[in-house]
Every structure is written in C-alpha cells, then in structure tokens.
Design a protein around this ligand. Sequence first.
Ligand SMILES: *[C@@H]1O[C@H](CO)[C@@H](O)[C@H](O)[C@H]1NC(C)=O
Ligand SMILES: *[C@@H]1O[C@H](CO)[C@@H](O)[C@H](O)[C@H]1NC(C)=O
Ligand SMILES: *[C@@H]1O[C@H](CO)[C@@H](O)[C@H](O)[C@H]1NC(C)=O
Ligand SMILES: *[C@@H]1O[C@H](CO)[C@@H](O)[C@H](O)[C@H]1NC(C)=O
Length: 430
Amino acid sequence: MKFVFSSFLVLLAALQSATAQGIDCVATCVDDVCTFTAKVNLYAGELGYFTFEECGGIRSPTLGIELGKTYRFVQADRTNYYHPLGFAYFPDGAHADKDELEPSIVPPGSSSTCNTTETCPAPKYFQDGVYLGDWMHQDTSIDSTGDFGLDHYEPKFFHPLGDWLGYGAFEVQLTFDVDDFAQDLFYFCHIHEFMTGRIKLMNEAGEPLVAENIPALEYTYDEVDAFDETCGTFNTSSYRLPDGEFAGQCPERFVCETAESRFLQSDGNTSSPLQAFSTCLDAMNCAMMVGMTTHATSPIGLFIHQMIPHHQNAVNMAKALLKTGGMGACEDLTNEEDPNCIMEYMMYEIINNQNHQIQTMRAVLETLQEPAYADCVVTAGHDHDEEVTGSDDALANETSTNGEGTGSSGAWTLGHSLFTVLVAALWILA
Ligand SMILES: *[C@@H]1O[C@H](CO)[C@@H](O)[C@H](O)[C@H]1NC(C)=O
Ligand SMILES: *[C@@H]1O[C@H](CO)[C@@H](O)[C@H](O)[C@H]1NC(C)=O
Ligand SMILES: *[C@@H]1O[C@H](CO)[C@@H](O)[C@H](O)[C@H]1NC(C)=O
Ligand SMILES: *[C@@H]1O[C@H](CO)[C@@H](O)[C@H](O)[C@H]1NC(C)=O
C-alpha cells in the first residue's frame, strides 16, 4: 500500500510538472536515439490531428525534445497517408508563409551563423531506411546540394495508397542543436493546414528551455461533441433528425427505415452498426442539404460553395462507415478480394483527398475575395413559386406549410431565424 501510495505521489508530481511546463509527452529513447511514432486521428476534427503512440491518445500533443539529441518521427502507420510531417518555426510553416527548418535558415532571434555553412537545424527524410537527401547537417565534409529529402518524400504521399504502402516505412529525423534559440518549434502536415502542434526544447533534465508558449498558436483546435464523436464525423449534430436545430430544412429522413424499424431489424440492439450508421447518415445528409442551398456569387464561387458540402459529406460518410459500420479488420489494405480492405482503402482515399481539395477550394475563394460561406435558407417542402430567403414572417408561414419537414416547434423557428441572421451577417461581413 505504501509503495502504491508513494508511486501515486510520484506520478502526481510528474503529471503536475508536465502540466506546469506544458509538455504533454517525451519520446522513447534508446541510447541517444529517440522515437516518436506518428499517427493521425482522423475523427478528432474536420481534418484529423496528429497523435503519437508515446503520448497516448492526446491530439496534437506538445512534444518535448532535448537539445542536440536525434529524434525519429516514424510515419509507418497507414493513418499517416497524405500527412507528411514538416517542422517550422511558426504554426503550419509554409501554409502560413512562415519559415520552416532548413539548412540555411537561422532560427529566429538566434545569433547563430549556421546559414553561412548550411548547418542550421533541418529535418532529414527517410523511406524504407534510406535517406532521401544528401545534406548531412554538421558534417560539411560531404559534398551537398543542401537537399534534405523533403522533395522526394512529400510527393509520394499523393501517390495511390497502395503504392504509398508499398514504399516501406516513412520516417523523418530531426536534431535541433542551436542553443541560444528562445522559442518553440512546430510540427505540421505538409499537405493540410491547421493540423500543427507545438514542440518545446528541453534540457537534459527534461525542463523546457522556454516556459512560455511562443509563438502563439493563432487558431483553436476543432472540438467534437458526443454525437459526432459516436459517428466519427464533424459538425453534424445540429442537423440530427428529427429534432436537430436545422432539421426543419431537411426531409424527415434519408434512410427509409425509421429509427424504430432499424431498431427492430437489429434485434433490439441500439448499438448495431446498421442503426448507428443510419442515424449518422441522416444527420450528415441533412448538413449537406442545408449547406448546398447557396447564393450564386460567380460560376467558380457557386461551384465551390456547392461542392464543399458535397465533399464534407463524402468525408463524413467515409469516417462514419469506418467508425460505426462494424467493418471487419483488414490486415493488408491492398487485398483486392476482401470487401473490408477494398472499402477501408477507399475510405482513406476519400477522406484525405477530398479534405485536401476542400482546403484548395477555400484558398481559391480567398484569392477571388469571395465569402467562405454563401448559404441561403430554403425550407424543405416549400411551394416552388415562393421566395423563401426573406423575412421571419415568410419563415413563420413556412412552418405551417412545412408538410414534409419534421420541425414544427418554436425551437425550429427560432433556430431557423438565428441561422438566417447568422448567414446574413456572414454575407454582409464578407
Ligand atoms: C545569415 O543570416 C543573417 C541573419 O541571421 C543575415 O544577416 C546574413 O545575411 C545571412 N547570411 C547568408 C550568407 O545568408
Ligand atoms: C450489440 O451490437 C454490438 C455491435 O455489433 C455488439 O458489440 C454488442 O455485443 C451487441 N449487444 C447485444 C446485447 O447483442
Ligand atoms: C458547420 O457547418 C455550418 C454550415 O452548415 C457552417 O456555417 C459552420 O461554420 C460549420 N462549423 C464549423 C466549426 O466548421
Ligand atoms: C403569412 O400568412 C398570413 C395568413 O395566412 C398572411 O396574411 C401573411 O401575408 C403571410 N405573410 C407572409 C410574409 O407571407
């Protein structure tokens, strides 16, 4: 008991100091080589977030790395597909037009002259145990073109999943050795923005060299509520049928069995995959339908405003099938005989590919100075001659003629009006 209690105190102290220092976890080290095993939790937000085996399930954990030690970031797990790791001095690196770790980039604020010899800290990229570059960091005796392998690593993450899996384990190594650098570093995904996480430099005792978190992360991570958590989806719970906030803009159901008959079909087991997946589908399809009533801003704008909800739905469908569909395990994703493998393979392609296209389309809207959202409100089952984007009065009248829709309550009208006001405000702001 005494032993257990003192262990508990030690654990508590360790946890407290970890919290105070803001470092979520450290790598597993054997001699001088330390390893972080990267994965992506695709369900943790719209795009998913990095996790590391050494850090349990924490999404986008703050990692601690020791000055001068070599860290391996292993990207062998299949969830890393489409997520090549990068390292930068600011959140999201090049996505945010900020400096990444490169041989000739002096860490901001440092007095180092490493840029003159191309010996500044930079990652080295490996595939199947083979270094893909020729730059050797401090070893300047080797004739180098300054290539640290990224240009051979990143493109392979766009290849078909089967090819990517066949290339062998991907891995990035980083040794940070500039000792008068007084900020944090960031890992990020070279393909998707907004998946960054912090790295704090530590001394040998595991204490951070800089206590404060600088530079700041200028966005917040997505939060997933209980409904989306169950489904594996993002941003669908206000569209739950029949009583989600925006359910009134949707048909009564998309999956024709009612929740009750699904329930009967599945032997009264509410957590049966068919029951769970159908409930998720109803909500995400409603989200898509609501998202797909948009203003016509321009041909490209209209395409994008209509296509993003489509893509989001494809991503949500794929995540929900993987999470709630009760599919059998697939050992070898390239097995073209096993329906579980064929579908899991396809789900990874849909999720990663379409999320990437969504980000590309959002960037096009920004370049064209078009609004990110151009939603308008159209109720389900309305008379086709009516103008429905107008006032609350018209909306109130809609409620009574909303035969096919399910919402009939005051909450529906209120939610609906709030939604209209929100959309109008976004429209005016944009
Ligand atoms: C190296 O970086 C410093 C700033 O840290 C800059 O003043 C200098 O011009 C750079 N030298 C080279 C060769 O890039
Ligand atoms: C209900 O279905 C789930 C998922 O298939 C299964 O794990 C669970 O054991 C079932 N429960 C009952 C009571 O049959
Ligand atoms: C959720 O979707 C709605 C459109 O259906 C959008 O207005 C809102 O910004 C989304 N929320 C997040 C957090 O992406
Ligand atoms: C709403 O319905 C009432 C009665 O049916 C009608 O008098 C009124 O003009 C309608 N309002 C709108 C904005 O359509």
